[in-house]
Design a protein. Structure first.
Length: 166
């Protein structure tokens, strides 16, 4: 399971690196994770095994507390709402990774729209013409159009995207 690591916003680089090391260790060493959880949570009793978590919610709460990352608990809650069972940490990390992939795909689509709107602006197209060509609402196009005009036509798509989402 290859994942791109990045600094968590608002966290010092050192803490971010510790989280990355922890996550990599847990991902690669499920048996080590099980041993750590058994000692920390259950006084050495074999409640968490390499292949199955018996006290899933408690383990995810601990992981969230240890890492400061609420995605463990959020993923657990979403899984419970769907009525699915979580068997091991790899499944949880896969679900978290999939959410990241989906967000990345959405960001890519939005950046493509930004690039298309920029091209239409350079061709002196109106907001209504752009909306018609891209099959979007004028309201949605206007938001992007205004930010592009404000930041400048040479501003990278990523920066326009960031401004739109802050």
């Amino acid at each position: 399971m290859a994942r791109k690591k990045q600094k968590t916003e608002g966290q010092p680089e050192q803490i971010s690196n510790v989280k990355d090391v922890t996550e990599n260790t847990l991902e690669a060493e499920n048996d080590v994770f099980a041993d750590i959880m058994n000692v920390l949570l259950f006084g050495g009793r074999q409640e968490v095994t390499e292949n199955e978590l018996k006290h899933v919610q408690e383990v995810f709460q601990l992981m969230s507390a240890l890492t400061g990352d609420r995605r463990f608990e959020e993923t657990y809650q979403q899984t419970q709402e769907k009525g699915a069972k979580v068997g091991n940490m790899c499944e949880v990390l896969d679900k978290i990774e999939n959410r990241g992939v989906q967000k990345g795909l959405q960001q890519g689509r939005e950046q493509k729209t930004i690039a298309l709107i920029r091209k239409k602006i350079l061709k002196n197209k109106s907001i209504s013409e752009i909306a018609d060509a891209l099959e979007e609402t004028e309201e949605d196009i206007r938001k992007i159009y205004d930010v592009i005009q404000e930041m400048g036509l040479d501003t990278p798509d990523e920066d326009i995207y960031d401004r739109l989402h802050t």
